[in-house]
Design a protein around this ligand. Sequence first.
Ligand code: FAD
Length: 414
Amino acid sequence: MDLSAAERIVIAGAGQAAAQAVQSLRQGGYAGALTIIGDEPALPYQRPPLSKAYMKGEFEEERLYFRPSAWYEDNKVEILLGTRATRIDRAAQILHLEHGGELPYDALILATGSRPRKLACSGADAANVHDLRTLADVERLRPQMVSGRRIVIIGAGYIGLEAAAVARQMGLDVTVLEMAPRVLARVTSEVISDFYTREHTAQGVKILTGTAVSHLETGNGAATAAILADGTRLEADIILAGIGILPNEELAKEAGIACSNGILTDRDARTSDPRIFAAGDCAARPLVHYGRTGRLESVHNAIEQGKLAAAAILGQPRPAEDCPWFWSDQYDLKLQIAGLSTDHDEVVVRGDPAARKFAAFYLKNGVLIAVDAVNSPPEFLASKKLIMAGARVPAHLLADTSTPMKDIAALAAA
Ligand code: FAD
């Protein structure tokens, strides 16, 4: 469907993907009405610092925002904050808002992100049980993060481990609980899991794996201890849950748009309704370098899909699709991840984990599909090129630190 004559574009959700989409639409020459609806009270902001420098108090709030409010005025972007989109009437092309508002659209972008999976055990509704998704979550959590207090973090994914690093640096007594047999089990290999377990342990974090929380003990409305399935009792002043996220796909689902763990899109971020697009954490998209569909939870993905949606609406050529990438900061360790390691059949380590500078490469049938690079930017950058080229890379070359990464990257052109 040609939408290049669209005069009213509406974006539901006011986060990373929305911020990119408005910018790309205006840069791409769109001069019509542009409205963003966000249910949080804040202007669109970046989330990564929430579990890193901002949580620690080393990042000013101003820097979280993608743009100051004047930018939206100057660019004639109407932004409705603290307002929830509740229903899409596809036949009438109207987005309904809570409290009875409605917005007609020629094209609609769903950029509703995701929400934390909630702890389901008893005691989980106590006042000192926290999630870590929004600025408001950090505002609630941070005043409680006082040196000497005990924090139990449930879930050893990236957010749980980043929060553990910050809490430790702030002098808290930190325990991390993980149901899987190792930390980061869902997203990486044993070599990386083992490395991060050692690093956190050396910093004084207690990590308990293969263990589930049975319930939280409470007193005066606050959680006082986490009780594990085997009866172990861990006293706590703060509980933080980082047990994964769920896509905010309900608006689309209830409107009859195809969803399957995310709002299904094509390569142009278009959903099963040709006037409706989806971008970011809420969307499940073709992963062109992997020949399958998947939902990604990253800044790069939200930005890329925001650009794809804008280009498709404006009838402009599809921007190039990069391989997926992500990062995580813990202590002085910068982990950079390119590609998706699921389905690998070989792991090759380059460098020495003990030197805190190494990379784990993931191969499938001899083709490089992903890398986890710790304090190793050249390994990350070269791998992105090789992954996008679908290059076969001999394992012995990857492991050989005397062969510079730029020479290995040349295989991308071979
Ligand atoms: P969001 O940025 O979540 O924005 C969606 C917005 O839509 C939210 O404000 C939501 O409340 C709103 N909304 C939902 N439903 C409605 C509705 N019906 N009506 C109106 N508004 C609605 N990624 C990385 O690549 N690297 C990192 O280091 C990293 N660190 C992270 C640390 C934390 C603590 C978190 C929470 C995320 C981190 N991420 C990181 C992930 C990254 O921030 C997300 O993938 C990205 O924000 C997704 O952008 P989005 O626009 O899809 O969703």
